[in-house]
Design a protein around this ligand. Structure first.
Ligand code: GLP
Length: 264
């Protein structure tokens, strides 16, 4: 795991955009895994800017989203379909047919639909770069605590904490969804590279547990310790509970000298 620490959210978003843009430039048909939530918004804004101002080309990019609420119409403003259109896809030249987001209103058997989503990823030769956020309890995607570290795309019940965190996004008379389809931890770990973004003090504990705690199903993000090419991009607050910050900084400096490719 490589831990990069930036001063604030703006710097973190800029750096994330630089990394993703480099991945697109190096491999125009790169397979990108996208996340939702408030954390990647700055990254998406920066990518839109790079597309408009520098012609960053998404024409051949293929994308797979991590998750989607179950039962929410795709055109509901809080669906992840709407989120992705509003914040990224409507503003770049990605092709509709290259975009994949789990369908929270599938027809047929859920388990078969989830297996189909996995097949789509496999047929695209897997994900080159998976972007992740992290929940306050350390979940990635919607892999809530106790999710198997080997889990695949499947329906998942959301915890009370997650539904509470989501409540603010829904009208007071609306019940936030209580279940979602999410890529599993096993699915996520198959991505060639992983970039996890975390910002703000509310994420500091989850980040510390993911990096310095044991690998445990209680903290899904700790499974990233098993991945050989994961980068955590943190702002100062999200990094504040890490005990070995100076060491991580030195690792970045050495990496910059010896293996600059690792830093994108
Ligand atoms: C949700 C999403 C995750 C996201 C997390 C944190 O649970 N399924 O993909 O990382 O929220 O969201 P935020 O970035 O808004 O804190």
């Amino acid at each position: 795991m490589l831990i990069l620490m930036e001063e604030n959210y703006e710097a973190l978003s800029r750096e994330a955009a630089r990394m993703v843009a480099n991945a697109v430039r190096r491999k125009p048909d790169v397979r990108l895994g996208f996340a939702t939530g408030s954390t990647p918004l700055g990254l998406y804004r920066a990518l839109v800017r790079l597309h408009r101002e520098e012609g960053l080309d998404f024409a051949c990019v293929v994308s797979f989203n991590l998750d989607e609420y179950i039962g929410l119409p795709a055109d509901h403003p809080q669906s992840f379909h709407s989120y992705m259109r509003r914040n990224l896809f409507d503003h770049i030249n990605v092709r509709k047919e290259n975009v994949h987001i789990p369908d929270g209103n599938w027809t047929g058997k859920c388990i078969e639909y989830c297996a189909h989503y996995e097949t789509l990823i496999a047929r695209a030769s897997g994900i080159d770069l998976q972007i992740l956020g992290v929940g306050k309890e350390g979940h990635i995607g919607f892999n809530e605590p106790t999710s198997s570290l080997a889990s695949r795309t499947r329906p998942k019940t959301l915890t009370y904490q997650t539904t509470q965190d989501n409540r603010a996004d829904f009208a007071p008379n609306e019940q936030p969804p209580e279940a979602a389809i999410t890529m599993g931890i096993g699915t996520i770990l198959e991505a060639r590279r992983i970039l996890l973004l975390a910002s703000g003090a509310a994420k500091a504990k989850a980040v510390a547990l993911a990096v310095e705690g044991p690998i445990t199903a209680s903290v899904s993000a700790s499974a990233l310790q098993l991945h050989r090419d994961t980068t955590l991009l943190l702002d100062r607050e999200a990094a504040s509970e890490l005990r070995h910050r100076d060491y991580y900084q030195r690792v970045v400096e050495t990496t910059r000298k010896l293996n600059p490719e690792r830093l994108w």
